[in-house]
Design a protein around this ligand. Structure first.
Ligand SMILES: Cc1cc2nc3c(=O)[nH]c(=O)nc-3n(C[C@H](O)[C@H](O)[C@H](O)COP(=O)(O)OP(=O)(O)OC[C@H]3O[C@@H](n4cnc5c(N)ncnc54)[C@H](O)[C@@H]3O)c2cc1C
Length: 509
């Protein structure tokens, strides 16, 4: 079975290289208040934190400075603070305030916009990766990667809603929403969040939940990536991890006009036990795309057949390949991660663990649109034509659909900051070229993604997923947060009036 990770590896796009001359600088200027400050006393910071402070000449800096996307490697932070406890985060925030240096947090480093790096201080939370279960609740630190979280929880027979990528950090996933293969039954990752511990702009450490700082708690569930404070700990309500059945149904690309709308009719209205997506991808513009639906079924395995028969009947053509397997929840996690052949420790980025095997992303970019209705034949034709438009070089191209409905859509759009509660499905547009590809290939793939995205806007709902960060998106405030943006901006003003936490798509801009 194919998985997300195989997509990344397709075409062997793993070569290291320097960043081209494409627009960089996703993060705001280094001086939060614009007032003159003296040179940062890095030794003082070293004395005040328990973790490690890495400056550009220090051993370990080269490995630590980049995010999971090589595209942003040319951004060299003034310091990387590898925090080992909440107080380290707090000390670093106070230090950054004192010297007028911008600070950003990094958990898994998967921000497509590069918002977890910058010229100032990166607070790298990866050493804070402990997960415990107590009193029926999951407590996890802000630098925990999804694969480690799942491995710990599944040893106790429970889990939480997670995404499919094993190396995504719990922080970015939760603070921006978090959908995955259990979401139509159990909701977003952030829907089962019960409390967080967060460091505010003045360095204070506060706990927020439904009763304490409820406004901040509301904002952090969907609007919280980097804008309000640096979260150090999350508490979730888990659920029992029964063995799921995973499936794939493949059709030839020539069936796209039948398969795409059939899936859009079927998947968002299926029983909550079914979480499903659809993949279209190709390792190059002139190569026929692969097309398949995939999913995870939490119900009785035999009942899945009825669901898949209904889908196939809507398509009107039998799939050319069907894969269907009931497995342990951990095997399913590793399957979606593309790590079925690996141990938990190997299912990490190269260099992240001693035996980590997964390649980092190259020059990757994404865009997204939610849809609240099934695409018309004209929309499908526009999509397939724009997807296969000519292009230069080894462009990895992908479309990933993910069905909403079910538990995602039961809350009101303003129950949490995650506004996308009335959508049928999310469509992600993905592209990647090697980071050392010629500059014109990067520009070409960027234009391809822009055209594809904008050609579909007449049929899209106008909403986009804030966690598929798209630095080129105009009117991102409305697309990411809709009618919740005003309330988010007021909460931002209450907790961070001087806008210490800032980046191009920070709340309050
Ligand atoms: C390959 C891939 C697969 C993905 N699959 C899914 C999926 O299945 N489901 C899904 O919902 N999403 C998915 N995503 C999107 C993912 O949820 C976002 O990219 C997410 O923001 C990444 O979180 P991170 O911690 O790894 O990233 P980071 O880059 O570390 O952080 C993302 C943002 O959050 C901020 N931040 C990080 N830590 C903290 C903190 N502790 N407190 C406050 N702010 C913080 C950063 O400054 C940055 O702005 C995927 C992304 C990729 C690249």
């Amino acid at each position: 079975m194919m998985d997300r990770r195989s997509f990344v590896a397709l075409g062997g796009l793993t070569a290291a290289g320097a960043l081209g001359a494409a627009p960089l600088m996703p993060v705001a200027a280094a001086k939060p208040h614009g007032s003159p400050h003296s040179e940062p006393d890095w030794n003082a910071l070293r004395r005040s934190v328990e973790g490690t402070v890495l400056l550009p000449d220090d051993e370990g800096y080269e490995l630590a400075h980049g995010t999971y996307i090589k595209r942003y490697d040319a951004i060299r932070p003034a310091a990387v603070v590898q925090a080992s406890r909440t107080e380290d985060i707090s000390e670093t925030v106070r230090f950054a305030q004192q010297y007028g240096v911008r600070a950003v947090a990094r958990s898994g480093g998967h921000s497509f916009g590069g918002y977890s790096t910058g010229p100032g201080i990166v607070v790298d939370l990866s050493p804070m990766n402990r997960t415990t279960l107590a009193d029926g609740l999951v407590h996890t630190q802000a630098g925990t990667k999804l694969v480690d979280l799942q491995q710990t929880l599944l040893a106790h027979g429970v889990t939480i809603s997670g995404g499919m990528c094993p190396t995504v950090g719990i922080s970015g996933l939760t603070l921006g929403g978090g959908f995955g293969m259990a979401g139509r039954r159990h909701g977003l990752t952030s829907d089962r969040l019960t409390s967080v511990r967060v460091v505010l702009a003045d360095g204070r450490i506060v706990t927020c939940d439904r009763n304490r700082h409820p406004d901040l708690f509301w904002a952090l569930r969907g609007g919280g990536c980097g804008s309000f404070g640096f979260v150090s700990d999350f508490t979730f309500e888990p659920f029992r991890a029964d063995d799921p059945t995973v499936f794939e149904l493949h059709w030839p690309w020539s069936r796209a006009a039948e398969v795409l709308p059939a899936w859009q009719h079927w998947a968002p209205d299926a029983p909550d036990d079914l979480s499903s997506g659809m993949f279209v991808r190709t390792p190059g513009p002139a190569i026929e795309p692969q097309l398949y639906a995939f999913g995870q079924w939490a119900g009785i395995p035999a009942e899945l057949d009825r669901q898949l028969d209904r889908f196939t009947a809507l398509v009107g053509h039998e799939p050319v390949k069907v894969v269907r397997r009931t497995m342990s929840y951990w095997a399913a996690v590793m399957h979606w991660a593309g790590c079925s052949e690996f141990t938990g420790s190997q299912c990490h980025g190269e260099g992240q663990t001693p035996d980590g095997k997964l390649p980092r992303f190259e020059y990757a970019l994404t865009k997204s649109s939610f849809f609240d209705d099934v695409m018309t034949p004209k929309a499908v034709e526009t999509l397939t034509r724009a997807f296969t438009a000519p292009g230069s070089g080894a462009q990895l191209r992908g479309l990933e659909f993910h069905a909403f409905g079910g538990a995602y859509n039961r809350p009101q759009p303003n129950t949490t900051a995650f506004v996308h509660r009335r959508q049928r499905f999310l469509l992600q547009y993905l592209a990647q070229v090697p980071v050392d590809a010629p500059e014109e290939h990067k520009q070409d793939v960027t234009r391809w993604a822009q055209r594809l995205h904008s050609s579909m806007l007449p049929w899209a709902s106008g909403e986009s997923y804030q966690n598929y960060t798209d630095p080129d998106l105009r009117d991102w405030q409305r697309a990411y947060y809709g009618r919740n943006y005003g309330q988010l901006a007021r909460i931002k003003h209450r907790y961070d009036p001087e806008r210490f936490f800032d980046f191009p798509q920070a709340i309050g801009r």
